[in-house]
Design a protein around this ligand. Structure first.
Ligand code: SF4
Length: 341
């Protein structure tokens, strides 16, 4: 388990009025991280680097600590009602990551310290919909597990949701820094999902994240801690030898989770797709990527506001579905599957 140590940190002065801000400040000081001031977490200037790539790389290892002012939550349909904002940005370098296009000019990692206010806002959303359940997704714009050793924010949210009869939390991670969350009083109200993939995909497209082994060991711990568990396989890529690659993935998952409860286990399966804008950004950031993005070999799926995407052809999609249907049924017969194209 490797704890994220930023290369540089920025603090909004007001962040130090909050105990979480002070605690993060002390931890960073102890780690020997250089700390600077910023007037706003939304406009950080002075990130070093001579080229655009250098700036991007350093930004991804720059932590910005601030006070979240917008307490209106975005919708996160269909998997949850709202996005819960406890952090924004990620130190990972997954080539296909949607943050490439959505956070283009601000790739630095932001964490928020006014958790009482954020949770108060969540409480209002829950109360408005009660007795219907309100689900919150905490990983819409970042990977909150990777930041947990520094902030402790996720544990706070998990325990808050544990006490809320009508509130539920979910998030997904590619990191294994879960130890501090194992004793959280979650009461089954938080679904912990791990993003996993074939060894080829992890090796080629997911630099600066935890390895497959680390993620699966963490998943075993989380499952034993009684959390509802899920896996997201995304993006599913048809690389050379993909069927064998995904067979091995499921075999290894089943082996690692041997003895853990498979009841209530979920698999979300998302096939690789890309937009023209994403392709452009990815090729600029990672020009040597092996990510296949040939429009001519894909089917164009029209989207809202003219923002269509390139997906696999129908027969290819069907083949992927069949393979995963067989694999999940063989190794995890009690699990439920959701497909997204
Ligand atoms: S770990 Fe997740 S959020 Fe971070 S770069 Fe990879 S895909 Fe994006």
């Amino acid at each position: 388990m490797k704890i994220f140590k930023p290369d540089l940190a920025f603090f909004e002065p007001a962040a130090l009025d909050y105990p979480i801000g002070v605690s993060i400040y002390r931890k960073l000081k102890k780690m020997g991280v250089e700390i600077r001031r910023t007037t706003s977490h939304n406009r950080v200037t002075g990130i070093p680097g001579n080229t655009e790539w250098e700036k991007y790389k350093i930004s991804k290892r720059t932590l910005v600590v601030g006070v979240r002012k917008t307490l209106e939550f975005d919708s996160s349909k269909p998997s949850a009602e709202y996005a819960l904002p406890i952090s924004t940005g990620c130190m990972g370098h997954c080539h296909y990551c949607y943050l490439q296009t959505t956070m283009g000019s601000k790739p630095y990692v932001r964490v928020y310290v006014n958790m009482d206010e954020i949770l108060e806002a969540a409480k209002k959303y829950i109360d408005e919909r009660a007795p219907e359940i309100t689900r919150f997704e905490a990983a819409c714009t970042s990977d909150p597990v990777s930041l947990e050793p520094l902030t402790g924010n996720l544990k706070r949210v998990i325990e808050f949701m544990g006490k809320e009869e009508f509130g539920r939390l979910r998030f997904v991670t590619k990191y294994d820094t879960v130890d501090s969350l194992l004793d959280a009083d979650h009461r089954g109200h938080t679904r912990f999902r791990f993003s996993v993939n074939a060894a080829y995909v992890i090796k080629n497209f997911e630099p600066a994240t935890s390895s497959f082994e680390e993620r699966v060991i963490a998943a075993g711990k989380v499952s034993r801690a009684g959390y509802p568990l899920g896996f997201i396989v995304a993006p599913i890529i048809r690389f050379e030898g993909w069927k064998q690659g995904y067979r091995e993935l499921m075999e290894r998952l089943a082996k690692e989770l041997d003895g853990a409860s498979h009841e209530n286990l979920t698999f979300e399966l998302i096939q690789h797709r890309f937009t023209k804008t994403a392709k452009h950004v990815i090729l600029k950031r990672y020009p040597k990527t092996k990510l296949e993005m040939n429009e001519e070999e894909r089917k164009y799926k029209w989207g809202r506001y003219g923002r269509g995407k390139y997906v696999y052809r129908d027969d290819e999609q069907e083949e992927i579905r069949e393979l995963f249907h067989d694999l999940v049924e063989r190794y995890f017969p009690q699990a439920t599957i959701e497909y997204f194209t």
